[in-house]
Design a protein around this ligand. Structure first.
Ligand SMILES: *Cc1c(COP(=O)(O)O)cnc(C)c1O
Length: 442
């Protein structure tokens, strides 16, 4: 039997029972330690760089004019969804939605990280060729000269879908050759859309980890090829983290206080870990111990949970637990999480819960009915978070240990993808969710 803490976890995971695991490695911010000088100043420096790239993004994507070239999503109250999903009287507090499913251009949470890494690389290639200086005008990177240069360079990435879309769209817009290595879970429409943009799509019969490994190998062998490495990219991680800085004024605008008496709970779908990890890193640096970040993973694929709940330096694989990582949540279909992210969030994340595919579709449907928003299954993974926290023994223990009152809490559900889902595809999600929701009410 694989070893996990608590030991009862093994049985629950094996039987695919949804669970909430509370992180025993959690530390107050004053005790948290990171490698090097990584901290709030790193997140702020990343935000300044993105500001510097903003005019370039407007040049490439004129629809970003209104947002000043900044890729950001809105924060909404979710009263309707709260009324539907919070069935018991115990579920108090206020629910909000962070609408990354509608992030411009890429339509998923991957946009911040992927765009940051591709922009940095474009700058570095142009800088090495003597075409731009650090404080230069970044719109130069959209000039005919840099375009010709980028045409001799390639950017590649391994992806279950959305990272490939984000990297591929921007790389192609800048004039790079772009290649996306896709795993079996990748949806056909994501491949079609990339190919329509001139991106080369290479399909692998293996899982996400194998697609990444194949892409990494190929990039190493080919000159002038840069690989966006989802399993070990600091640039992706930092690109994601800026969401925390931007959330602060959005909360203020909605009149939401975050302090000792008003805890903020954030529920983030987790695949390889980069996007929830980067955001958690940013949030803990901005809100300290008043923010509590929980990751959500499919019951078929709890890679990060197994990694963090194992005390062994050789954590069990999903296979050891009899799990096959097959899930309709393609964005979360990652068997092995990023080691880099696991080590960075080890003491920052409050816990991880799992969710069945059925629940994803049901919740996606409730969101459509109550808030008129359309998301993909992965993006609904966090919706059971408030109930885990407020209605389970593990959740009650977490609140008690941290001395938290749920009365004045804010629960933030992070919707991570969906805007680019074709109508036909969405109809399938809708029908499946509706069928499940109907059965629930009988
Ligand atoms: C990629 C993705 C996630 C998870 O991000 P990771 O960095 O892989 O952990 C969540 N939701 C959607 C829709 C995604 O595409």
């Amino acid at each position: 039997m694989p070893e996990l803490h608590p030991p009862s976890l093994v049985r629950a995971l094996l039987w695919r029972q949804p669970v909430l695991w509370v992180n025993p490695h959690w530390r107050a911010m004053t005790g948290a330690r990171f490698g090097g000088r990584l901290g709030l100043s790193t997140v702020e420096a990343t935000e300044r760089q993105l500001q510097q790239f903003a005019p370039l993004l407007i040049r490439l994507f004129p629809e970003l004019q209104d947002s000043g070239g900044i890729i950001e999503s809105a924060l909404y109250p979710a009263d309707g969804l709260q009324r539907t999903l919070a069935r018991s009287a115990n579920v108090t507090g206020r629910w909000l939605l962070k609408a990354d499913h509608a992030l411009p251009i890429a339509g998923s949470i991957k946009a911040r990280g992927a765009f940051y890494e591709v922009l940095l690389h474009a700058y570095q290639v142009a800088h090495a060729a003597g075409l731009i200086e650090p404080d230069g005008d970044m719109t130069t990177l959209a000039s005919p000269v840099t375009r010709a240069l980028f045409g001799a360079h390639e950017i590649s990435v391994g992806s279950t879908g959305n990272l490939g879309l984000a990297v591929g769209i921007l790389a192609a817009a800048l004039g790079f050759k772009a290649t996306v290595h896709m795993s079996v879970e990748a949806k056909a429409w994501k491949k079609t859309r990339l190919r329509a943009r001139g991106v080369e799509v290479i399909e692998h019969s293996g899982d996400f980890g194998e697609a990444v490994a194949a892409g990494r190998r190929q990039a190493e062998a080919i000159r002038n090829t840069y690989f966006v490495d989802d399993e070990q990219s600091m640039a992706l991680f930092l690109g994601y983290s800026v969401a925390a800085l931007r959330l602060k004024p959005q909360l203020e605008q909605l009149g939401v206080t975050v302090d000792e008496d008003h805890p903020l709970f954030v529920y983030l779908p987790c695949g390889v870990g980069g996007s929830p990890g980067g955001i958690t890193f940013g949030l803990r640096h901005v809100f300290g111990d008043h923010v509590h970040c929980f990751f959500a993973e499919p019951t078929a694929c709890p890679g990060m949970l197994v990694r963090l709940a194992s005390s062994s330096d050789q954590p069990p694989t999903l296979k050891d637990l009899g799990l096959n990582a097959r899930t309709e949540a393609d964005g979360l279909a990652v068997a092995k999480p990023s080691e880099l992210v696991a080590s960075l969030v080890h003491s920052l994340v409050s816990g991880i819960f799992t969710v069945s595919d059925e629940d994803l579709f049901e919740d996606l449907y409730h969101l459509e009915v109550t808030e008129r928003m359309q998301i993909e299954p992965s993006a609904a993974a966090g919706f059971r978070g408030p109930r885990w926290l407020l209605e389970s023994d593990a959740g009650a223990a977490y609140l008690a240990n941290h001395g938290l009152s749920a009365e004045r809490a804010t629960h933030l559900l992070w919707t991570t993808g969906g805007a680019l889902v074709p109508a036909e595809e969405y109809r399938g999600f809708h029908e499946r969710g509706k069928g499940i929701a109907r059965n629930q009410w009988i």
